[in-house]
Design a protein around this ligand. Sequence first.
Ligand code: AMP
Ligand code: ZN
Length: 113
Amino acid sequence: MDCLFCKIINREIPADIVYEDEHVLAFNDINPQAPTHMLIIPKTHIATLNDLEEADLALVGRLQYTAAKLAKEAGFAEEGYRVLMNCNEKGGQTVYHIHMHLMGGRRFTWPAG
Ligand code: AMP
Ligand code: ZN
């Protein structure tokens, strides 16, 4: 399958992998928007949030749970951090394999621009 993140999962292209288990993979974003910027992805290919099915609910929980775990390990869980998922073009999605952004190490403003 011609999917960048599936290729990272299959070790066909390199990435700075920070966490892996049976269900999810996490790696540093190549174009970080914060001192720490990781992407947490499911090991199964799901193109967008719109493609989620009920059978995937536990998997999405794992993405969120892994983000919190990595935030604790990185040391910014208490001070705060941001997680987000972009969906489709107007949402800013550029890679069509769902991923959770975990960003920390700076202050984030809300509402975002
Ligand atoms: P999004 O715009 O929400 O689809 O996020 C895609 C993210 O993937 C962006 O933050 C990119 O910087 C990141 N990205 C693209 N290619 C790679 C790569 N080869 N390794 C790590 N991160 C990547
Ligand atoms: Zn994929």
